[in-house]
Design a protein around this ligand. Structure first.
Ligand code: HSE
Length: 405
């Protein structure tokens, strides 16, 4: 039997215990050994819950117990998760995590520490919930040069946008619903402002492009400015509003430029990300040999995320003595500013500035929504981000704009 510990008994932590217990037989078979949860670390007590007898408030009890070989860190946040992870790896214990904030910030350091100690730091659950995207990038796709990764990487915002479009729900009601279902972060600002998707994009881009991506270098917009009016226009255009997180490369001579961006986009039905609704996530990858592939599945929530953490724990047991994740580049990937990137934009302006918009933007395609009579919506020709800003200023200001994929 392999003794394991779980740090944090919140949504994901309780899910990890549940997965390990409910699927004990299949896990014993695949891991080649039974996994038994000896300790659960939490600052709270859970009187009346059978977990209480395994609750500890002292991390050192776990650290100093030589029986504990694998730890699930599912507390979230940077501290104390960072210190606990470092100490555990230093003591030769493998750590499996869903903590995207920690992986985005300290992943490369923790991975090289794990390699030095001959153990594992695994984080499949940090991106895409239950979707095995990290295993795919690290194993199945390694014969490729990946030149694009674009995903719907946040379940909460995709749930909110889908509810707004399908049921006409208000933003706040859809968010409250996502919180109730256990999709949202403790502080949902991380979801709705795009920070969570940004951190996941930094992790995936680092793995795809082979160098460390600093998430603070990624241009990020959330969905707080997306309104019911935008959804109406999207419907009129036959499109859907999606929060996309995208990293891509552009060849330049013998080298490449790297780009990364998180923002709401209007997505057309031809794009496979158009039909990704609710809490589902999807990650589109383009490899130079592979062509296109898309990974789709449950992107957040207790059991999907916990199943990815438990999968890593099984792998850590099965491959004990071997370090699986070998990415340890500390070199920073320079991210190019997006100002010269070209695309079309959907724009809303007050009705009285329609003529000024035509003068400023040149050829535009007007979109009319009967309920919104005091304003004009239009789609621009392809233009750079920089040119767009200049035209918007020339037009005397706009109500809002959404990029078009
Ligand atoms: N809050 C995150 C989301 C949880 O909604 O996607 C999964 O990482």
């Amino acid at each position: 039997m392999t003794e394991v510990a779980v740090l944090g008994y919140g949504t994901v932590g309780s899910g990890v215990v549940e997965v390990l217990e409910r699927n004990a037989a299949v896990i014993e078979h695949t891991a080649g050994d039974a996994l038994h949860v000896k300790y659960v670390l939490d600052i709270r007590d859970f009187p009346g819950d059978p977990i209480q007898e395994r609750i500890t408030h002292d991390f050192n009890q776990i650290l100093d117990d030589p029986d504990i070989k694998v730890i699930a860190e599912v507390m979230g946040g940077v501290e104390p998760a960072y210190s606990f992870t470092k100490q555990a790896l230093e003591k030769g214990k493998s750590v499996c995590t869903s903590n995207k904030e920690l992986v985005a910030r300290y992943g490369s350091e923790l991975l090289s520490l794990a390699r030095d100690k001959g153990v594992n730091y695994l984080f499949e659950a940090s991106c895409g919930g239950g979707i095995p995207i990290i295993a795919a990038i690290n194993q199945s796709l390694i014969a490729n040069e990946i030149d694009e990764i674009t995903g719907i990487l946040n379940g909460t915002t995709n749930y909110i946008l889908s509810e707004m479009a399908e049921s006409g729900s208000a933003f706040e009601d859809a968010l409250a619903d996502a919180q109730e279902k256990g999709y949202a972060e403790r502080n949902p600002e991380a979801d709705v402002e795009g920070h969570d998707a940004c951190r996941k994009l930094a992790i995936l881009s680092s793995l795809c492009f082979g160098k460390r991506v600093n998430y603070e270098d990624i241009y990020t917009e959330g969905i707080t400015a997306v309104t019911h009016a935008d959804i109406l226009y999207a419907k009129e255009l036959g499109m859907a509003v999606k929060l996309l997180a995208s990293g891509w490369t552009v060849p330049e001579g013998d080298t490449k430029r790297f780009y990364a961006l998180v923002a709401p986009f209007l997505v057309s039905p031809e794009n496979p990300l158009f039909s990704v609704n609710g809490v589902f996530n999807a990650v589109f990858v383009h490899g130079n040999m592979l062509g296109d592939a898309m990974f789709y599945g449950s992107g957040a929530g207790k059991l999907p995320t916990a199943s990815a953490v438990a999968g890593d724990m099984i792998e850590a047991v099965r491959r004990a003595g071997e370090t699986i994740m070998t990415f340890d580049s500390t070199e920073l990937l320079p991210i190019t500013a997006i100002e010269n990137e070209s695309r079309r934009f959907f724009v809303r302006i007050p009705k009285e500035r329609e003529e000024a918009a035509e003068k400023a933007f040149g050829e535009i395609k007007i979109v009319t929504v009967p309920e919104l009579s005091g304003e004009t919506g239009f789609v621009t020709e392809e233009m750079t981000e920089k040119a767009f800003e200049e035209c918007a200023e020339k037009a005397g200001g706009i109500i809002s704009r959404i990029r078009i994929k």
